[in-house]
Design a protein around this ligand. Structure first.
Ligand SMILES: [Zn+2]
Length: 371
């Protein structure tokens, strides 16, 4: 029997980056409402856990004091510091009132998830608002202010645990990779759309770690229009063998669903079928599992994908018909995608060849490093 928890509360969607920003707080509200409508938290084995603010000391595990002070001051509307110095400004990372608290709550949620798993309260915990994988110690990046993932991995390392990080967001998990680039106790694996086509422009096969961490950073870049079939095949080639070799004590995963064919920010072509297949594989491989949300900017997709992911975590098969409490508010639909994107033969072929080439290169690189 798997005991599971979702960490979420409505404080998370009270404030946000602004109306026109893709990281809409409504995404989280919808995911929470869909899970609730399905009765996902009914029963003794599954619970909904409240979150808390991360403390300054916890944020300092990864972020610099100067950056924390700057975010705090900008968040209050003070004008002593220059936003652009910390990569804030119009565009990806706008300054908004209360952003310190919002970002610190996301880290707090991840910490609650990590604590509930490491103390044995649950086997799997899912922080819906987490997965801020681009944030750096001293600046914001790609919608991410504080890096909840890097902070919790630091707490896990302090407990002597060996951590495997699996990032299936469509964007490269650059902030987390960089945080543990020279560390052999953290294996980071990121599968994403190639940096040739999309932000942040990194995550190539050649990035493998440095010093003792050489060989402990793994990247699998994919071409636009990669679909379920190619993605699942590529994932299976890379993730299970590496996790079996590394034998982590705990798995941390970023479960972004911006790989979906309807996502407005990226160009992969997954459906909920391919997505759930890899989530299922992560579950099979993880001795203990801390799952974090991540990207996914189509509001009709993300709540369904994360509900399906939580179904896998908690061994529940939710019916395909969306509950009335949800459809009444958001309109009709089904939990699983009923359609596949239409891709022409050439795009499919390019995606397949790109994946296959990246995997051969990766295997060669890894074998070389371990020889
Ligand atoms: Zn993303």
């Amino acid at each position: 029997m798997t005991r599971t928890a979702v960490i979420c509360s409505e404080e998370l969607w009270q404030r946000g980056h602004g109306e026109s920003h893709p990281l809409k707080p409504e995404r989280l509200q919808r995911a929470y409402e869909l899970l609730t409508a399905y009765g996902a938290f009914d029963g003794e084995q599954s619970r909904l856990m409240p979150l808390r603010l991360a403390t300054t000391d916890e944020l300092l595990l990864f972020h610099t004091k100067e950056y924390l002070n700057a975010v705090r001051s900008l968040s209050r509307g003070e004008r002593e510091c220059t936003p652009s110095r910390y990569n804030f400004g119009p565009g990806d990372n706008p300054v908004f009132e209360g952003m310190y608290e919002t970002a610190a709550l996301k880290v707090g949620a991840a910490l609650v998830a990590a604590e509930s798993v490491t103390t044995g309260k649950v086997d799997v915990a899912f922080s819906l608002a987490g997965g801020m994988h681009h944030a750096r110690p001293h600046y914001a990046s790609g919608f991410c202010i504080f890096n909840d993932i890097a902070v919790i991995i630091h707490t896990l390392l302090r407990q002597g645990l060996k951590v495997a990080y699996v990032d299936i967001d469509v964007h490269h998990g650059d902030g987390v990779q960089e945080a543990f680039y020279d560390n052999d106790r953290v294996l980071t694996i990121s599968i994403h759309e190639s940096g040739y086509f999309i932000f942040p422009g990194t995550g190539f096969v050649t990035e493998t770690g440095e010093g003792v961490g050489q060989g402990f950073a793994v990247n699998l870049p994919l071409a636009p229009y990669t679909d379920d079939e190619v993605y699942v095949w590529a994932f299976e080639q890379v993730v299970p063998p590496l996790l079996k070799w590394f034998e982590p004590d705990i798995v941390v995963s970023q479960l972004g669903i911006d790989t979906h064919y309807l996502d407005p920010l990226a160009h992969l072509a997954l459906t909920t079928e391919g997505y759930t297949e890899v989530v299922r594989t992560i579950k099979e491989l993880a001795p203990r599992w801390i799952a974090l949300g991540g990207g996914g900017y189509e509001v009709g997709v993300m709540p369904r994908a994360w509900t399906l992911a939580y179904g896998i975590m908690s061994n529940r098969e939710f019916p395909d018909e969306l509950p009335f409490a949800y459809t009444e508010k958001y309109g009709p639909g089904t939990l699983r995608d009923q359609r596949k994107p239409h891709l022409d033969a050439r795009s499919k072929d390019v995606a397949r060849r790109h994946a296959s080439l990246a995997i051969s290169e990766l295997k060669e690189k890894i074998a070389g490093l371990r020889a």
